[in-house]
Design a protein around this ligand. Structure first.
Ligand code: PEP
Ligand code: MN
Length: 339
């Protein structure tokens, strides 16, 4: 349910609604808008004798309306205005398209520093790099762990770029949060509800990637797990889904971008690197994603893709990435955005 307060509602009246929602056994999420405050009352309604509609009799309440979608806090019904998520000094979800770029994995100091400088010079505003890698085989490189985080922090110090890196295990949250500015939940963990709840209880922004077999509704329900624990800073990322097609690594779901932008207020990014799996398809799909309304891109870039320990075949060389950025600026301008 959404409780819409009257524009002249007082802080005491808002507080009374919040405490009543809690007494009824629900969680209250307050959004203070410019004109009025709305309060989301979410929780399991089954077996509860009290109906939230009764909140309409409280002073200062204008109306109580149900949220029809299964995801509540993530829905545009709950929050019509776009959410802006801040990562360091970078705002995601506004008019400016945000580009996150860097290698799949942090491999060594030279690799991450040289790649970070190159993506920064080409116009990226956030550095990506995996230190804990979700590899399909347990026998392949699993990431440098804390050593990789330290190298990312060094690259941030040199370039000024905030850092996003993946978390696989709730036990690593403290150490990852210490060195990075944003946590990535990868496709393989998009429905790891324990991990989603765990990052929902911290205050770091979260980059949530779509699972390779999740529907858009399931993807938004995953975001709901994070939001419902109290962390409002969630950015979604379409990264391709599994289909019968084998010519590409995944099928990059371009449709998901306008669909998500309609259904949720959360920023939506596109990852055409994992979405296609081949470097030569990355730029065309990146441009298509911007045209489709994406709020940003996630692009794998490696200073020497031919020797990359993971995802070299889909990684752009710095020169190719700079060319992508040049074209992206033109497409962004054509659709009324900037980079
Ligand atoms: C990654 O970003 O390197 C990654 C492993 O992505 P995904 O979870 O989308 O496969
Ligand atoms: Mn990768």
């Amino acid at each position: 349910m959404i409780v819409v307060m009257k524009s002249e509602a007082t802080d005491e009246q808002i507080e009374k609604v919040v405490s009543t929602i809690k007494e009824l056994g629900y969680k209250a999420h307050v959004i203070k808008g410019v004109l009025r405050t709305v309060i989301g009352a979410v929780g399991d309604e089954r077996g509860k004798p009290h109906h939230l509609e009764s909140l309409s009799i409280l002073e200062g309440v204008e109306k109580v309306v149900p949220i029809l979608q299964p995801y509540k806090l993530a829905s545009r019904e709950f929050k019509p205005d776009n959410t802006i998520v801040k990562v360091g000094n970078v705002e995601i979800g506004g008019n400016k398209i945000v580009v996150m770029a860097g290698p799949c994995s942090v491999e060594n100091e030279e690799q991450i520093i040289e790649t970070a400088i190159a993506v920064k010079n080409a116009g990226a505003s956030i550095l990506r790099g995996g230190a804990y890698k979700p590899r399909t085989s347990p026998y392949t490189f699993q990431g440098l762990g804390e050593e990789g985080l330290k190298l990312l922090a060094k690259a941030r110090q040199i370039t000024g770029l905030p850092v996003v890196t993946e978390i696989l295990d709730p036990h690593d949250l403290d150490v990852i949060a210490e060195y990075s500015d944003m946590l990535q939940i990868g496709a393989r963990n998009a429905q790891n509800y324990a991990l989603l709840k765990h990052v929902g209880r911290c205050n770091k922004p979260v980059l949530l990637k779509r699972g390779m077999a999740t529907t858009i509704t399931e993807f938004l329900m995953a975001a709901e797990y994070i939001l419902s624990e109290g962390n409002p800073n969630v950015v979604l990322c379409e990264r391709g889904i599994r289909t019968f097609e084998t010519a590409t690594r995944n099928t990059f779901d371009l449709n998901a971008i306008p669909v998500l932008k309609e259904k949720t207020h959360l920023p939506v990014l596109a990852d055409p690197s994992h979405g296609t799996g081949y470097w030569q398809y990355v730029t065309p799909m990146a441009l298509a994603a911007i045209a489709a309304g994406a709020d940003g891109l996630l692009i794998e870039v490696h200073y020497k893709p031919e020797i990359a320990v993971s995802d070299g075949g889909q990684s752009l060389k710095p020169s190719k990435f700079a060319a992508l950025m040049e074209k992206a600026r033109a497409v962004a301008k054509a659709v009324g955005r900037e980079i």
